[in-house]
Design a protein around this ligand. Sequence first.
Ligand SMILES: [Zn+2]
Length: 337
Amino acid sequence: MSFRGIIGHRRLLSLLSRAIARGTLPPSLLFAGSRGIGKRRAATAIAATLNCAHPGSGSTLEIDACGECPSCRRIARGVHPDVVVLEPGDSGAIKIDQVRDVIDRANYRPFEGRRRVVIVDDADALVPQAQNALLKTLEEPPSASVFVLVSSMSDALLPTVRSRCRPLRFGELSAAEIAAILVRDHQYSESDARAAAAEAGGSVGLALEARGVDVGEARDAAQRLLHEIARASDPARRLEAARELVGKVSGPNRERDYLAVRLRALASLLRDLGLLAARTETPSLANADLQMDLNRLTDAFDGERTTRAFDAVDRALVALDRNAGPKVVADWLVLQI
Ligand SMILES: [Zn+2]
C-alpha cells in the first residue's frame, strides 16, 4: 500500500507525501469525497509511508512506502499493531466504546512503528457522543499519533469535529482511471472495464456495487429464462423472455454490462445442467443450492441441448464484447437454446 499504487489524485497525494517528508503532516485529517474513489487507500498509504523501514521517492513523490518491508506488508494485511482502523460494526454505527478504546491506545507510544495511525472509515457513522469524545484528541493528538477521518458524507459530521481536522477533498476519478482500477484490481476485461467505468459516476465503488447487486438477481433471471425456454417452443414467447433478460436499464454501456452479467450466470447454470445430465455420481455444482430446481430442468435440457446452449451463450458473450447490440444478441440467443 503506497502512494504510487493509487490510481488518480496525483496532486493531492504528492501534497501528502511532501508533508510527510518535511514533517508537516497535520495530525488530524479529514478525507472527504465520494464513496469508492480511494480515500481509505490514501489513508493507509500515509500509515505505510510513516512507518516504512525503507521508504523511497518518485518523480512527484518526495517520500513513499516501499511496499516490501515487514511493516508495509503487515499494514497491507491489516495486522500492524500501530495502524488502527475504526469502522461501523453490524449496527451501522461507530459507537462510543470503540472510540474510547482507540483513544486509550493512542495515548501509549507506538508498539513497533514510528507513528500510530488511526483511520476512522465512514466517520459520518460516528454517533454524536462518539464524535464528542473524539474532540479533545483531534484537537491535541498524542505526539506520535495521526488521525485520518474518511467520509463520503462529511457534512453529516458535527461542525466541531470538522473544524478540528484539516480537510482534504478527493475529486471524482476519470472514466479512464476507474477502468484502469477495475482491470488491475478487480479482474475486469478491458472492454467490460470501459463499459462499467462509463456508467460509474466517478466512483470505483459504484462500478463494483453495480456488479455486486447484479449477480444474485442475474442468476434469478437466468434461471427464469431456462424454465421459460424449456416450456416454450413458440418463438414469440421466447422473444418475450429475451426482453426480460435484457431488462430495463438505460444507456447502451449499462445494457451491455447488465446482459453480460446475466449471460455469465446462464453459462454457469448450463455448466451445472451438463454435469447433472452426465449423471455424475457427486457432481460439484457451482450452483449447488439450486440443485433441486436444476434437476427439474434436466428433462428439457439433456446433454446435447445443454452443450448447444452453452456454446450459444459463449458466442453471445463474444458478440457482446465486439459491440453487438444487447437486444439483438438476446433475441438471437433465445432462438438458439
Ligand atoms: Zn516499507
